[in-house]
Design a protein. Structure first.
Length: 86
């Protein structure tokens, strides 16, 4: 799903509803949304998510070139229990 479609869906929803993320389609490991990363890249063949590029803030937080993933530009929604360092 692309951001455009997600926006269309969310615009029809009650803005006061809590966003819950699940680890699979069966609804296992539900958790509230904690953060959104828009500097992300997804490599589907490796099933890996990382940063599209590093900036000074990410470097200061300890991220390195190993955290950069070559793939499709993406956004990542992190559940509360799996939030990134920033």
């Amino acid at each position: 799903m692309k951001v455009k479609r997600l926006i269309e869906i969310l615009q029809k929803m009650d803005p006061e509803r809590l966003v819950i993320l699940s680890s699979d389609p069966q609804g296992k490991s539900p958790a509230p949304l904690n953060s959104v990363e828009d500097n992300a890249s997804y490599n589907p063949s490796k099933r890996k998510v990382g940063f599209e590029k590093l900036d000074d803030e990410l470097l200061a937080l300890g991220y390195s070139q190993e955290d950069v993933v070559k793939g499709r530009k993406a956004i990542v929604l992190y559940p509360k229990q799996y939030y990134p360092k920033r």
